[in-house]
Ligand binder design. Structure first.
Ligand code: SF4
Length: 247
């Protein structure tokens, strides 16, 4: 993808959403860290439901540690992998108190040393709590980066490095949020809404208008069920106008 196209994509995403941010609810870096750890393989909506009551009781490592692992489990049991996550969060609180004076560190190495915190979580915290221009790549961003041609890659690390290298500085801080929201609500995995995509004319690999995309999925399912080869639906180049950007 050439630099002019890349810039145009981010200009449109910025015009449509000038101040993007996470959909996780939090009031301080500690709450954000806990929410991001909980969000692994879970939806932000499910995490927000659980943390609404949890953060009323425990908004610091001291208070969460006092709640104990079993107490924490009671609040997060609706979230997938809650047992492992509870264990990690209790360990994380202990480490924050022992090594960082109860504060969330603003350095990658220190963050990634915490239980349950990997590169993606560290990137989100560094970006959203501390304003650093990191780009966390999750499943949505991985898909959007590959489909659009913004940063094609076989692994999340490859995509992250390409995005960091090629995204103009002025867009780097918000890149993660724009791409995740685009992947979550427009460029969805099974039914990308190319017909209403504001960057459709800039996308390297537009999939299908949503109605035809759905038809193709149904066709694929039927084909599989009958175990017969079927002629695939034609691949269309989407010729829609971009949605008018709002200020
Ligand atoms: S045109 Fe389709 S495939 Fe390309 S970014 Fe938009 S929704 Fe995704």
């Amino acid at each position: 993808m050439n630099p002019a196209k890349r810039r145009a994509i981010f200009e449109r995403l910025r015009a449509a959403n000038p101040k993007p941010t996470t959909e996780l609810h939090y009031r301080n870096p500690f709450e954000l860290l806990v929410a991001v750890v909980l969000s692994a393989q879970a939806t932000d909506v499910s995490v927000n439901k659980a943390t609404a009551s949890l953060f009323q009781l425990a908004d610091t490592p001291e208070k969460l540690l006092a709640l104990g692992e079993d107490g924490l489990k009671q609040h997060i049991r609706t979230i997938g992998l809650y047992r492992t996550k509870a264990k990690n969060i209790i360990g994380l609180c202990r480490q924050l108190l022992e090594k960082h004076g109860g504060q969330v560190p603003a350095e990658r190495e220190a963050l990634e040393a915490l239980p349950g915190v990997g590169r993606k979580t560290a990137n989100v915290v560094l970006n959203t709590a501390f304003g650093q221009p990191t780009i966390a790549v999750d499943t949505h961003i991985f898909r959007v980066a590959n489909r659009t041609g913004l940063a094609p890659g076989k692994t999340v690390l490859e995509v992250e490095k390409k995005l960091l290298r090629t995204t103009p500085d002025e867009f780097k801080h918000d890149c993660h949020h724009w791409l995740i929201l685009h992947g979550r609500y427009v460029c969805k995995a099974r039914t990308p809404d190319c017909a209403h995509c504001l960057i459709a004319d800039l996308c390297d690999h537009p999939v299908l208008p949503v109605s035809q995309g759905t038809a193709q999925i149904h066709l694929a399912k039927k084909t599989k069920a009958r175990a017969k080869p079927a002629k695939p639906a034609a691949r269309h180049q989407v010729k829609t106008q971009p949605r008018k950007a709002t200020a």
